[in-house]
Design a protein around this ligand. Structure first.
Ligand code: NAG
Ligand code: NAG
Length: 357
């Protein structure tokens, strides 16, 4: 009897819980495929990846694609804004709706890829006659830390946007042949410019935030295109905007493909007696080098898996090569010390010329 009522109570709680979950709206974390502890960078990364996959232009056959794409946009909108995220975490999507504010759903897609409507490859046939504005190419300087960890860089683009204004302008002008009868049996043919009347347009500068992903392991010179974010064209399509990754020199590490190189200076004493040093990597974690044997100048120590993740496959990681440099003491030993060193090292004198090439 008792057990029965406890079961009833449990079922009741379960029902209340389920009802609560349902009324709380969509699970934005699940839509973005992220844990609730996700960082802003992870949210941006996940949005960018999923938006590319779920874009309706790429999923023509899937009737649910549009809906999933919108869910994704709503999830990003809510979780990428720290205030909205706090409300969502406490009260769910209903909380956000109750908060009201602007109901205008702003599609974040163009912040990551450029103009929405041109996505999907319709531009690259190259055969259409539509005039195009110029492409803009911008160098984007990034640090080696950003290449190691991955990052998003926000760039505010002041973009000229065409707006209709009063009056009209001549447009779509072309040359046409006109034939006029001058008299019996006499015609004159003339080329004449013919234009249409279009609504007048002026360019207004609008600010737009572009989110540029510096993907982990990206190479110097890598291009990130933003479709249709280049110079506008009054009678055609805008050009594209391209960012080119330029990796800045780093004070401690040098990159070659997926590998990193660095130099480490140790004392002669440590070179002979062994040493144990730690130094911070590009994300702050410590790399430790411990040796008990003698280390000679120019020795190269390989730390496996401490290089740069491979761009297209982040689980493949390069190595770190540490070249040892020995700081010899300056000055001079006295006779007694010289004898002590001789006894200790016990090395035969050796003079050998060689060609180091
Ligand atoms: C290490 O030292 C060598 C020789 O001085 C130099 O050519 C190289 O650039 C150094 N590497 C780094 C990562 O600083
Ligand atoms: C790295 O090592 C240094 C000293 O060797 C230490 O002070 C620091 O706390 C360590 N950092 C991490 C993240 O373990």
């Amino acid at each position: 009897m008792k057990i029965h009522s406890i079961t009833c109570l449990l079922i009741l709680f379960l029902l209340i819980y389920i009802a609560d979950v349902i009324s709380a709206g969509r699970d934005f974390y699940k839509i973005l495929n992220l844990p609730r502890t996700a960082t802003l960078n992870q949210i941006k990364k996940s949005y960018r990846k999923l938006a590319k996959e779920l874009h309706p232009d790429k999923n023509n056959n899937d009737p649910k694609a549009q809906e999933r794409f919108q869910d994704l946009g709503a999830a990003y909108e809510a979780l990428s804004d720290s205030d909205k995220r706090k409300i969502y975490d406490k009260h769910g999507e209903d909380g956000l709706k109750r908060q009201g504010g602007d109901d205008s759903f702003h599609d974040p897609f163009s912040s990551f890829f450029g103009d929405f409507f041109h996505f999907g490859g319709s531009r690259d046939d190259g055969h259409n006659q539509v005039p195009r504005g110029g492409d803009l190419v911008v160098d984007l300087y990034v640090t080696l830390e950003e290449v190691y960890n991955g990052n998003f860089i926000e760039v505010v683009r002041a973009k000229p946007v065409a707006k209709q204004t009063a009056g009209s302008r001549k447009c779509n002008c072309r040359m046409e042949m006109r034939t006029t009868q001058m008299g019996p049996g006499r015609f004159q043919m003339m080329q004449e410019q013919v234009c249409d009347e279009c609504p007048n347009i002026k360019f207004v500068t609008e600010e737009m935030v572009l989110e540029i992903e510096v993907e982990a392991g990206v190479a110097d010179g890598y291009q990130i295109p933003f479709i249709a974010e280049g110079e506008p064209h009054i009678e055609g399509e805008p050009g594209d905007l391209k960012f080119i990754i330029r990796i800045q020199k780093h004070s401690r590490f040098e990159r070659k493909n997926n590998d990193l190189y660095t130099n480490l200076t140790i004392t002669l004493q440590d070179a002979l007696n062994g040493f144990d040093v730690s130094f911070p990597h590009l994300d702050g974690h410590n790399v430790t080098i411990k040796r008990e044997k003698i280390t000679w100048p120019g020795a190269r120590i390989k730390k496996k898996g401490e290089g740069i993740p491979q761009h297209d496959q982040n689980n493949i990681v390069g190595d770190l090569y540490v070249t040892i440099d020995v700081d010899f003491p300056k000055g001079e030993f006295n006779d007694e010390q010289r004898e002590a060193i001789k006894t200790l090292l016990h090395q035969e004198s050796k003079n050998q010329l060689y060609n180091g090439l």
